[in-house]
Write a protein that binds this ligand. Structure first.
Ligand SMILES: [Zn+2]
Length: 168
Protein backbone atom coordinates (compact mmCIF):
# COMPACT_ATOMS: atom_id res chain seq x y z
CA UNK A 1 0.00 0.00 0.00
CA UNK A 2 2.87 2.35 0.84
CA UNK A 3 4.35 1.64 -2.58
CA UNK A 4 1.08 2.63 -4.27
CA UNK A 5 1.44 6.21 -2.99
CA UNK A 6 2.20 8.38 -6.07
CA UNK A 7 5.15 10.10 -4.35
CA UNK A 8 6.79 6.73 -3.59
CA UNK A 9 5.81 5.13 -6.92
CA UNK A 10 7.51 7.91 -8.88
CA UNK A 11 10.73 7.71 -6.88
CA UNK A 12 11.37 3.96 -6.71
CA UNK A 13 11.33 1.33 -9.39
CA UNK A 14 10.03 -1.90 -7.92
CA UNK A 15 8.35 -5.16 -8.84
CA UNK A 16 4.90 -5.51 -7.32
CA UNK A 17 4.72 -9.29 -7.54
CA UNK A 18 8.12 -9.73 -5.82
CA UNK A 19 7.10 -7.21 -3.16
CA UNK A 20 3.85 -9.08 -2.45
CA UNK A 21 5.51 -12.51 -2.45
CA UNK A 22 8.22 -11.18 -0.09
CA UNK A 23 5.66 -9.67 2.25
CA UNK A 24 3.82 -13.02 2.47
CA UNK A 25 6.80 -15.38 2.50
CA UNK A 26 7.46 -15.45 6.30
CA UNK A 27 3.86 -16.59 6.89
CA UNK A 28 3.69 -18.88 3.85
CA UNK A 29 6.57 -20.89 5.32
CA UNK A 30 6.01 -20.59 9.08
CA UNK A 31 2.23 -20.94 9.03
CA UNK A 32 2.48 -24.00 6.75
CA UNK A 33 5.04 -25.55 9.12
CA UNK A 34 2.80 -24.67 12.06
CA UNK A 35 0.07 -26.91 10.69
CA UNK A 36 2.63 -29.71 10.54
CA UNK A 37 3.49 -28.93 14.19
CA UNK A 38 7.10 -28.08 13.26
CA UNK A 39 6.92 -24.30 13.76
CA UNK A 40 5.32 -21.94 16.25
CA UNK A 41 3.90 -19.93 13.32
CA UNK A 42 6.53 -17.25 13.87
CA UNK A 43 9.71 -19.25 13.63
CA UNK A 44 12.82 -19.15 11.45
CA UNK A 45 11.08 -17.37 8.56
CA UNK A 46 10.48 -14.45 10.92
CA UNK A 47 14.19 -13.73 11.43
CA UNK A 48 16.62 -11.22 9.91
CA UNK A 49 18.78 -14.18 8.88
CA UNK A 50 15.91 -15.63 6.83
CA UNK A 51 15.31 -12.34 5.00
CA UNK A 52 19.00 -12.25 4.01
CA UNK A 53 19.23 -15.90 2.96
CA UNK A 54 15.96 -15.92 1.02
CA UNK A 55 16.85 -12.64 -0.74
CA UNK A 56 20.21 -14.14 -1.68
CA UNK A 57 18.27 -17.08 -3.14
CA UNK A 58 16.02 -14.69 -5.11
CA UNK A 59 19.15 -12.87 -6.35
CA UNK A 60 20.55 -16.19 -7.61
CA UNK A 61 17.39 -17.49 -9.31
CA UNK A 62 16.74 -14.13 -11.01
CA UNK A 63 20.39 -13.91 -12.15
CA UNK A 64 21.13 -10.86 -9.96
CA UNK A 65 17.97 -8.93 -10.86
CA UNK A 66 18.26 -6.02 -8.44
CA UNK A 67 14.71 -4.69 -8.80
CA UNK A 68 13.07 -8.07 -8.16
CA UNK A 69 15.45 -8.98 -5.31
CA UNK A 70 15.24 -5.63 -3.51
CA UNK A 71 11.43 -5.59 -3.91
CA UNK A 72 11.30 -9.08 -2.39
CA UNK A 73 13.62 -8.00 0.45
CA UNK A 74 11.55 -4.89 1.26
CA UNK A 75 8.47 -7.17 1.36
CA UNK A 76 10.00 -9.58 3.89
CA UNK A 77 11.36 -6.78 6.10
CA UNK A 78 7.96 -5.02 6.08
CA UNK A 79 6.32 -8.27 7.22
CA UNK A 80 8.75 -8.58 10.13
CA UNK A 81 8.27 -4.92 11.13
CA UNK A 82 4.49 -5.35 11.24
CA UNK A 83 4.82 -8.56 13.28
CA UNK A 84 7.03 -6.91 15.94
CA UNK A 85 7.57 -7.43 18.83
CA UNK A 86 6.50 -11.10 19.02
CA UNK A 87 9.02 -12.54 16.58
CA UNK A 88 12.47 -14.19 16.98
CA UNK A 89 14.16 -11.38 15.00
CA UNK A 90 17.78 -12.23 15.87
CA UNK A 91 17.46 -16.02 16.09
CA UNK A 92 19.76 -18.04 16.22
CA UNK A 93 22.09 -15.37 17.66
CA UNK A 94 19.72 -14.70 20.55
CA UNK A 95 17.65 -17.36 22.31
CA UNK A 96 13.85 -17.12 22.04
CA UNK A 97 11.03 -19.06 23.66
CA UNK A 98 8.82 -20.29 20.84
CA UNK A 99 5.19 -20.38 21.91
CA UNK A 100 3.09 -23.05 20.23
CA UNK A 101 -0.60 -22.18 19.86
CA UNK A 102 -2.92 -25.15 20.32
CA UNK A 103 -5.83 -23.93 18.22
CA UNK A 104 -4.45 -21.29 15.78
CA UNK A 105 -7.67 -20.83 13.78
CA UNK A 106 -9.68 -20.34 16.96
CA UNK A 107 -7.29 -17.76 18.39
CA UNK A 108 -7.03 -15.92 15.03
CA UNK A 109 -10.81 -15.72 14.80
CA UNK A 110 -11.05 -14.58 18.42
CA UNK A 111 -8.46 -11.80 17.84
CA UNK A 112 -10.17 -10.76 14.60
CA UNK A 113 -13.48 -10.28 16.40
CA UNK A 114 -12.21 -8.91 19.73
CA UNK A 115 -8.93 -7.03 19.17
CA UNK A 116 -9.50 -3.53 17.70
CA UNK A 117 -5.84 -3.29 16.55
CA UNK A 118 -6.54 -6.41 14.44
CA UNK A 119 -9.99 -5.72 13.00
CA UNK A 120 -9.42 -1.99 12.40
CA UNK A 121 -6.22 -2.62 10.42
CA UNK A 122 -7.97 -5.42 8.46
CA UNK A 123 -10.90 -3.12 7.56
CA UNK A 124 -8.60 -0.20 6.61
CA UNK A 125 -6.49 -2.62 4.52
CA UNK A 126 -9.60 -3.89 2.72
CA UNK A 127 -10.78 -0.35 1.93
CA UNK A 128 -7.36 0.62 0.51
CA UNK A 129 -7.22 -2.62 -1.50
CA UNK A 130 -10.67 -1.92 -3.01
CA UNK A 131 -9.50 1.63 -3.80
CA UNK A 132 -6.39 0.29 -5.59
CA UNK A 133 -8.53 -2.21 -7.56
CA UNK A 134 -11.03 0.47 -8.68
CA UNK A 135 -8.43 3.18 -9.36
CA UNK A 136 -6.37 0.86 -11.59
CA UNK A 137 -9.48 -0.83 -13.09
CA UNK A 138 -8.24 -4.30 -12.13
CA UNK A 139 -11.44 -6.07 -13.10
CA UNK A 140 -10.03 -9.05 -14.97
CA UNK A 141 -7.16 -11.51 -14.66
CA UNK A 142 -5.17 -10.00 -17.53
CA UNK A 143 -5.33 -6.53 -15.97
CA UNK A 144 -4.25 -7.90 -12.59
CA UNK A 145 -1.24 -9.80 -13.97
CA UNK A 146 -0.26 -6.74 -16.04
CA UNK A 147 -0.45 -4.58 -12.91
CA UNK A 148 1.63 -7.01 -10.85
CA UNK A 149 4.33 -7.39 -13.50
CA UNK A 150 4.33 -3.78 -14.77
CA UNK A 151 7.89 -2.77 -13.82
CA UNK A 152 9.59 -6.04 -14.68
CA UNK A 153 7.99 -5.90 -18.14
CA UNK A 154 9.33 -2.40 -18.67
CA UNK A 155 12.72 -3.65 -17.60
CA UNK A 156 12.42 -6.63 -19.93
CA UNK A 157 11.73 -4.31 -22.86
CA UNK A 158 14.82 -2.24 -22.01
CA UNK A 159 16.94 -5.41 -21.79
CA UNK A 160 15.57 -6.71 -25.08
CA UNK A 161 16.27 -3.45 -26.90
CA UNK A 162 19.80 -3.46 -25.48
CA UNK A 163 20.26 -7.03 -26.74
CA UNK A 164 18.97 -5.98 -30.16
CA UNK A 165 21.49 -3.15 -30.29
CA UNK A 166 24.29 -5.53 -29.32
CA UNK A 167 23.21 -8.03 -31.97
CA UNK A 168 22.99 -5.48 -34.76
ZN1 LIG B 1 4.08 -13.23 10.24
Amino acid sequence: MIFELPQIKKKFQFNRLALIIGSLMPDIIDKSLMFLNISSGRGFSHTILFTFLSTLFVFLITKWNKIISISYYVGTITHLLLDLPDIPLFFPFIYYDFIYIENPFGSWLYNLLHDPSVYITEIVGMIILIFIIIKNKLFNFKKITGFLLENSQKELKINNSQDDKLNS
